[in-house]
Write a protein that binds this ligand. Sequence first.
Ligand code: KG4
Ligand code: ZN
Length: 332
Amino acid sequence: MIVLGIESSCDDTAAAVVRDGRQILSSTVSSQEEVHHRYGGVVPELASRKHIEAIVPVVDAALAEAQVDAGGLDAVAVTHGPGLVGSLLVGFSFAKALAFAADLPWVGVNHLEGHIHSALLADPPPPFPFTALLVSGGHTSIYYVTGPTAMERMGQTRDDAAGEAFDKVAKMLGLGYPGGVVIDRMAAKGDPSRIAFPRAYLDKDSFDFSFSGIKTSVSRYLQTHAETCREEMPDIVASFQEAVVEVLSFKLVKAARTRECRHAAVVGGVAANSRLRERVRREAASAGLTVHIPPVSLCGDNAAMIAAAGYHHLRAGARGTLDDDVFSRSPI
Ligand code: KG4
Ligand code: ZN
């Protein structure tokens, strides 16, 4: 089954063509980074306008690269939430219209489920069951995944998402938006043990997270070290990153042990972080776990993961109807 995936939940317009939920024939992403950069975060109204400009060329590019036209598709899968409603509506309405015009079945896909499918697109994919750490700009959660459409949330952040903490700390340091990549790069030159920022492990058996305390702690550090913080910048970001990565790795490994899984996955934009990739691999290996982390191109928002997740729902008989709608908050 050849599925066209469409994703527009935040600030990336993406389309992809995937065969049988596994083979990526094309994956195109148009980033709006330069539009939002100067505002230090995503401006919803600008995001939806940019999606309107980008959606047709992005879908055309994905079809051309996969060497199929609408007649060669078997179905369409599109993100229906969670995300920015104005952004979601662009991809969603486009997908509905395309499916209607080409007489194709279509299905709405949960963005978070899509991210988990990016691990199933990795080589090799994790066998079921596995635990998945989903770390992005909007979410930080751990799931117990027993099948392509069966996932149970074990815990989630009680305040900021990990990516949001990276972005906010980068903003405080004047490093621009989005901050994750810049911090990742700069941290490689710093000493991660220089400053003991707090690690929020919360209750002993909880798989929840909290990142607001560390953000406040970095802000306080900057106030009390205003004269030296410029030269200390690599140490500050390395120490901040280490505190976040330590808690994420610990809880993922613990979740896998609790559910007696031998496989774990890390997905979402923050899964591109080089220190997180390294530390999770090391800690998982010493716990006898195999870790599956998608290539960096599939960590951030993309439509291949949406097509892959949609494929399984379509095979199970799910079908979208013209009166379906988008939603901003996630039920999973
Ligand atoms: O999954 P994603 O593209 O969009 C959401 O669904 O939120 O994730 C975006 C987030 C941003 O907060 C960005 O700063 C973060 O992922 N990010 C990183 C890295 N690359 C992207 N955070 C840390 N290190 C990175 N290398
Ligand atoms: Zn995402």
